[in-house]
Ligand binder design. Structure first.
Ligand code: ASP
Length: 308
Protein backbone atom coordinates (compact mmCIF):
# COMPACT_ATOMS: atom_id res chain seq x y z
CA UNK A 1 0.00 0.00 0.00
CA UNK A 2 1.27 3.52 -0.77
CA UNK A 3 1.32 5.44 2.51
CA UNK A 4 -0.76 8.63 2.70
CA UNK A 5 -1.08 11.31 5.35
CA UNK A 6 -3.38 14.36 5.37
CA UNK A 7 -3.37 17.07 8.08
CA UNK A 8 -5.53 20.12 8.81
CA UNK A 9 -5.13 23.20 10.95
CA UNK A 10 -8.78 24.09 11.53
CA UNK A 11 -10.54 27.04 9.98
CA UNK A 12 -8.75 30.27 9.18
CA UNK A 13 -10.70 33.44 8.41
CA UNK A 14 -9.48 37.03 8.15
CA UNK A 15 -5.91 36.43 9.22
CA UNK A 16 -2.83 38.39 8.20
CA UNK A 17 -0.70 37.32 5.26
CA UNK A 18 2.23 36.68 7.62
CA UNK A 19 0.20 34.43 9.87
CA UNK A 20 -1.17 32.57 6.89
CA UNK A 21 2.36 31.88 5.78
CA UNK A 22 3.35 30.64 9.24
CA UNK A 23 0.28 28.37 9.27
CA UNK A 24 1.16 27.04 5.84
CA UNK A 25 4.70 26.24 6.99
CA UNK A 26 3.41 24.57 10.15
CA UNK A 27 0.95 22.40 8.29
CA UNK A 28 3.55 21.36 5.73
CA UNK A 29 5.97 20.46 8.54
CA UNK A 30 3.34 18.31 10.24
CA UNK A 31 2.47 16.46 7.02
CA UNK A 32 6.16 15.84 6.41
CA UNK A 33 6.62 14.48 9.95
CA UNK A 34 3.67 12.11 9.45
CA UNK A 35 4.88 11.00 6.04
CA UNK A 36 8.44 10.30 7.29
CA UNK A 37 6.98 8.11 10.05
CA UNK A 38 4.99 6.13 7.46
CA UNK A 39 7.93 5.88 5.05
CA UNK A 40 10.09 4.61 7.93
CA UNK A 41 7.63 1.74 8.42
CA UNK A 42 5.71 3.40 11.27
CA UNK A 43 2.02 2.71 11.77
CA UNK A 44 -0.86 4.99 10.82
CA UNK A 45 -1.47 5.60 14.54
CA UNK A 46 2.17 6.67 15.04
CA UNK A 47 1.91 8.99 12.04
CA UNK A 48 -1.25 10.80 13.16
CA UNK A 49 0.09 11.12 16.71
CA UNK A 50 3.40 12.52 15.43
CA UNK A 51 1.78 14.97 13.00
CA UNK A 52 -0.73 16.25 15.54
CA UNK A 53 1.92 16.60 18.30
CA UNK A 54 3.95 18.74 15.86
CA UNK A 55 0.95 21.06 15.43
CA UNK A 56 0.24 21.12 19.19
CA UNK A 57 3.79 22.42 19.67
CA UNK A 58 3.22 25.21 17.13
CA UNK A 59 1.69 28.34 18.76
CA UNK A 60 -0.04 29.31 15.50
CA UNK A 61 -2.63 26.57 15.99
CA UNK A 62 -5.48 26.18 18.47
CA UNK A 63 -4.18 23.07 20.23
CA UNK A 64 -1.51 22.46 22.88
CA UNK A 65 0.43 25.72 23.29
CA UNK A 66 -1.69 28.17 21.29
CA UNK A 67 -5.02 26.87 22.60
CA UNK A 68 -7.77 29.48 22.81
CA UNK A 69 -8.96 30.61 26.25
CA UNK A 70 -12.23 29.90 28.04
CA UNK A 71 -14.38 32.52 29.79
CA UNK A 72 -12.00 32.45 32.79
CA UNK A 73 -8.89 33.06 30.67
CA UNK A 74 -7.88 29.43 31.23
CA UNK A 75 -7.10 26.57 28.87
CA UNK A 76 -9.09 23.34 28.62
CA UNK A 77 -7.98 21.06 25.80
CA UNK A 78 -9.66 18.07 24.09
CA UNK A 79 -8.11 15.35 21.92
CA UNK A 80 -8.83 11.91 20.50
CA UNK A 81 -7.17 9.20 18.45
CA UNK A 82 -8.41 6.00 16.80
CA UNK A 83 -6.85 2.90 15.28
CA UNK A 84 -8.86 1.68 12.29
CA UNK A 85 -7.42 -1.84 12.64
CA UNK A 86 -9.49 -2.84 15.67
CA UNK A 87 -11.49 0.39 16.29
CA UNK A 88 -9.60 1.01 19.53
CA UNK A 89 -9.80 4.63 20.58
CA UNK A 90 -8.59 7.01 23.28
CA UNK A 91 -9.76 10.48 24.20
CA UNK A 92 -9.25 13.18 26.81
CA UNK A 93 -11.23 16.33 27.53
CA UNK A 94 -10.77 19.45 29.67
CA UNK A 95 -7.06 18.74 30.24
CA UNK A 96 -4.92 21.70 31.26
CA UNK A 97 -1.28 21.43 32.17
CA UNK A 98 0.21 19.17 29.51
CA UNK A 99 1.90 20.01 26.22
CA UNK A 100 0.48 17.22 24.07
CA UNK A 101 -3.10 16.07 24.73
CA UNK A 102 -2.89 13.75 21.70
CA UNK A 103 -0.16 11.73 23.44
CA UNK A 104 -2.35 11.40 26.52
CA UNK A 105 -5.26 10.25 24.32
CA UNK A 106 -2.94 7.62 22.81
CA UNK A 107 -2.01 6.40 26.30
CA UNK A 108 -5.70 6.16 27.24
CA UNK A 109 -6.13 3.96 24.15
CA UNK A 110 -3.05 1.82 24.76
CA UNK A 111 -2.86 1.57 28.55
CA UNK A 112 -6.37 1.68 29.99
CA UNK A 113 -9.52 -0.43 29.59
CA UNK A 114 -11.40 2.82 28.81
CA UNK A 115 -11.93 5.06 25.79
CA UNK A 116 -12.26 8.49 27.40
CA UNK A 117 -10.86 10.25 30.49
CA UNK A 118 -11.73 13.78 31.53
CA UNK A 119 -10.52 16.62 33.75
CA UNK A 120 -8.91 15.56 37.08
CA UNK A 121 -9.04 11.87 36.14
CA UNK A 122 -7.16 12.59 32.94
CA UNK A 123 -4.69 14.78 34.86
CA UNK A 124 -4.05 12.02 37.41
CA UNK A 125 -3.55 9.48 34.63
CA UNK A 126 -1.08 11.84 32.92
CA UNK A 127 0.89 12.14 36.16
CA UNK A 128 0.81 8.34 36.66
CA UNK A 129 2.17 7.90 33.10
CA UNK A 130 5.05 10.27 33.90
CA UNK A 131 3.88 13.04 31.55
CA UNK A 132 5.52 16.25 32.77
CA UNK A 133 3.25 19.01 34.05
CA UNK A 134 3.54 22.28 32.12
CA UNK A 135 2.50 25.52 33.86
CA UNK A 136 -0.65 26.68 32.06
CA UNK A 137 0.95 30.11 31.43
CA UNK A 138 3.38 28.38 29.10
CA UNK A 139 0.50 27.26 26.91
CA UNK A 140 -1.17 30.69 26.81
CA UNK A 141 -0.09 33.04 24.04
CA UNK A 142 -0.44 36.84 24.03
CA UNK A 143 -2.48 36.54 20.85
CA UNK A 144 -5.02 34.33 22.61
CA UNK A 145 -5.24 36.70 25.60
CA UNK A 146 -6.12 39.52 23.22
CA UNK A 147 -8.49 37.24 21.28
CA UNK A 148 -10.46 36.55 24.47
CA UNK A 149 -10.59 40.26 25.37
CA UNK A 150 -11.88 41.10 21.91
CA UNK A 151 -14.43 38.31 22.02
CA UNK A 152 -15.74 39.49 25.40
CA UNK A 153 -15.92 43.09 24.21
CA UNK A 154 -17.84 42.11 21.08
CA UNK A 155 -20.08 39.57 22.77
CA UNK A 156 -23.69 40.16 21.83
CA UNK A 157 -22.81 42.81 19.28
CA UNK A 158 -22.72 40.80 16.06
CA UNK A 159 -22.92 37.24 17.25
CA UNK A 160 -25.70 35.73 15.27
CA UNK A 161 -25.36 32.44 13.41
CA UNK A 162 -22.50 30.03 13.62
CA UNK A 163 -19.18 31.39 14.90
CA UNK A 164 -16.10 30.62 12.82
CA UNK A 165 -13.19 29.27 14.74
CA UNK A 166 -9.51 28.98 14.07
CA UNK A 167 -6.78 26.45 14.28
CA UNK A 168 -7.96 23.08 15.65
CA UNK A 169 -5.61 20.41 14.31
CA UNK A 170 -6.03 16.89 12.99
CA UNK A 171 -4.49 14.16 10.89
CA UNK A 172 -5.52 11.01 9.04
CA UNK A 173 -3.12 8.37 7.74
CA UNK A 174 -2.94 5.14 5.78
CA UNK A 175 0.16 3.02 6.40
CA UNK A 176 1.98 0.48 4.21
CA UNK A 177 -0.04 -2.36 5.79
CA UNK A 178 -3.37 -0.74 4.91
CA UNK A 179 -4.13 0.44 8.43
CA UNK A 180 -5.99 3.71 8.88
CA UNK A 181 -5.98 6.10 11.85
CA UNK A 182 -7.06 9.58 12.83
CA UNK A 183 -6.18 12.07 15.57
CA UNK A 184 -7.75 15.45 16.41
CA UNK A 185 -6.69 17.99 19.06
CA UNK A 186 -8.08 21.40 20.07
CA UNK A 187 -8.31 24.17 22.62
CA UNK A 188 -12.01 24.37 21.67
CA UNK A 189 -13.75 27.69 21.07
CA UNK A 190 -12.75 31.03 22.55
CA UNK A 191 -14.77 32.31 25.53
CA UNK A 192 -16.36 28.88 26.02
CA UNK A 193 -18.02 27.99 29.31
CA UNK A 194 -15.90 26.16 31.85
CA UNK A 195 -16.32 22.44 31.25
CA UNK A 196 -17.55 22.85 27.66
CA UNK A 197 -16.48 19.85 25.61
CA UNK A 198 -16.66 20.03 21.84
CA UNK A 199 -16.65 17.46 19.10
CA UNK A 200 -12.90 16.90 18.86
CA UNK A 201 -12.58 14.24 21.60
CA UNK A 202 -15.86 12.56 20.65
CA UNK A 203 -15.35 9.58 18.39
CA UNK A 204 -17.75 9.74 15.45
CA UNK A 205 -17.85 13.54 15.54
CA UNK A 206 -14.24 14.79 15.83
CA UNK A 207 -13.00 11.83 13.81
CA UNK A 208 -13.35 8.18 12.96
CA UNK A 209 -11.13 5.47 11.50
CA UNK A 210 -12.08 2.02 10.24
CA UNK A 211 -9.78 -0.02 7.99
CA UNK A 212 -12.88 -1.31 6.17
CA UNK A 213 -13.99 2.19 5.14
CA UNK A 214 -11.68 5.17 5.71
CA UNK A 215 -10.44 7.74 8.23
CA UNK A 216 -11.72 11.27 8.90
CA UNK A 217 -10.69 14.18 11.14
CA UNK A 218 -13.02 17.18 11.42
CA UNK A 219 -12.92 20.83 12.43
CA UNK A 220 -15.44 23.63 12.75
CA UNK A 221 -18.38 24.51 14.98
CA UNK A 222 -18.22 21.73 17.57
CA UNK A 223 -21.87 21.84 18.63
CA UNK A 224 -22.95 21.42 14.98
CA UNK A 225 -20.42 18.64 14.34
CA UNK A 226 -21.69 16.76 17.40
CA UNK A 227 -25.31 17.07 16.28
CA UNK A 228 -24.66 15.40 12.90
CA UNK A 229 -21.79 13.06 13.92
CA UNK A 230 -19.85 14.55 11.05
CA UNK A 231 -16.96 12.05 10.81
CA UNK A 232 -19.08 8.90 10.94
CA UNK A 233 -21.70 10.46 8.67
CA UNK A 234 -19.01 11.05 6.05
CA UNK A 235 -17.86 7.43 6.27
CA UNK A 236 -21.47 6.28 6.01
CA UNK A 237 -21.60 7.94 2.58
CA UNK A 238 -18.42 6.08 1.58
CA UNK A 239 -20.07 2.83 2.70
CA UNK A 240 -22.98 3.74 0.44
CA UNK A 241 -20.62 3.82 -2.54
CA UNK A 242 -19.86 7.55 -2.77
CA UNK A 243 -16.39 8.80 -3.68
CA UNK A 244 -14.28 10.56 -1.02
CA UNK A 245 -15.11 13.92 -2.59
CA UNK A 246 -18.86 13.21 -2.81
CA UNK A 247 -18.97 11.90 0.77
CA UNK A 248 -17.20 14.98 2.14
CA UNK A 249 -19.50 17.35 0.23
CA UNK A 250 -22.64 15.48 1.25
CA UNK A 251 -21.89 15.48 4.97
CA UNK A 252 -20.59 19.07 5.14
CA UNK A 253 -23.58 20.34 3.17
CA UNK A 254 -25.94 18.36 5.38
CA UNK A 255 -24.42 20.01 8.47
CA UNK A 256 -24.79 23.42 6.83
CA UNK A 257 -28.39 22.97 5.77
CA UNK A 258 -29.64 20.97 8.79
CA UNK A 259 -28.05 22.89 11.69
CA UNK A 260 -26.42 25.89 9.93
CA UNK A 261 -22.99 24.62 10.98
CA UNK A 262 -19.78 25.38 9.13
CA UNK A 263 -16.65 23.27 9.22
CA UNK A 264 -14.15 21.19 7.35
CA UNK A 265 -12.71 17.70 7.18
CA UNK A 266 -9.91 15.58 5.83
CA UNK A 267 -10.55 12.04 4.64
CA UNK A 268 -8.60 9.05 3.36
CA UNK A 269 -10.57 6.10 1.98
CA UNK A 270 -9.34 2.53 2.46
CA UNK A 271 -8.10 2.61 -1.15
CA UNK A 272 -5.91 5.66 -0.45
CA UNK A 273 -8.07 8.33 -2.09
CA UNK A 274 -7.89 11.52 -0.05
CA UNK A 275 -9.71 14.82 0.13
CA UNK A 276 -9.65 18.08 2.14
CA UNK A 277 -12.97 19.99 2.10
CA UNK A 278 -14.51 22.86 4.02
CA UNK A 279 -17.57 25.11 4.14
CA UNK A 280 -15.88 27.60 6.46
CA UNK A 281 -13.97 30.51 4.90
CA UNK A 282 -10.78 28.52 4.56
CA UNK A 283 -8.78 25.66 6.10
CA UNK A 284 -5.02 25.09 6.20
CA UNK A 285 -4.35 21.54 5.00
CA UNK A 286 -1.59 19.41 3.51
CA UNK A 287 -1.46 15.91 2.05
CA UNK A 288 1.55 13.70 1.32
CA UNK A 289 1.39 10.75 -1.07
CA UNK A 290 3.75 9.15 -3.59
CA UNK A 291 6.56 11.61 -2.81
CA UNK A 292 4.38 14.67 -3.46
CA UNK A 293 3.13 17.24 -1.00
CA UNK A 294 -0.13 19.06 -1.74
CA UNK A 295 -1.02 22.04 0.47
CA UNK A 296 -3.42 24.97 0.62
CA UNK A 297 -5.45 27.31 2.82
CA UNK A 298 -8.00 29.08 0.61
CA UNK A 299 -10.03 27.68 -2.26
CA UNK A 300 -8.00 27.19 -5.43
CA UNK A 301 -4.59 27.95 -3.90
CA UNK A 302 -3.22 24.39 -3.87
CA UNK A 303 0.51 24.02 -4.33
CA UNK A 304 2.21 20.73 -5.20
CA UNK A 305 5.87 20.15 -4.34
CA UNK A 306 8.24 17.18 -4.26
CA UNK A 307 8.89 15.74 -0.81
CA UNK A 308 12.56 15.42 0.18
N1 ASP B 1 -14.38 21.75 16.61
C1 ASP B 1 -13.66 22.49 17.61
C2 ASP B 1 -14.53 22.67 18.81
O1 ASP B 1 -15.67 23.07 18.63
C3 ASP B 1 -13.19 23.81 17.15
C4 ASP B 1 -12.57 23.85 15.77
O2 ASP B 1 -12.50 22.87 15.10
O3 ASP B 1 -12.11 24.92 15.37
O4 ASP B 1 -14.07 22.48 19.89
Amino acid sequence: MNPVVVVHGGGASSISKDRKERMRQGIVRAATVGYCILKGGGSAVDAVEGAVAELENDPEFNAGCGSVLNVNGDIEMDASIMDGKDLSTGAVSAVRCIANPVKLARLVMDKTPHCFLTNQGAAKFAADMGIPEVPVEQLITERNRKHLEKEKAEKGAQKSGCPENLGTVGAVALDCKGNLAYATSTGGIVNKMIGRVGDSPCVGSGGYADNNIGAVSTTGHGESILKVNLARLTLFHIEQGKTAEEAANLSLNYMKSRVKGLGGLILISKTGDWVAKWTSTSMPWAAAKEGKLHAGIDLNDTTITELP
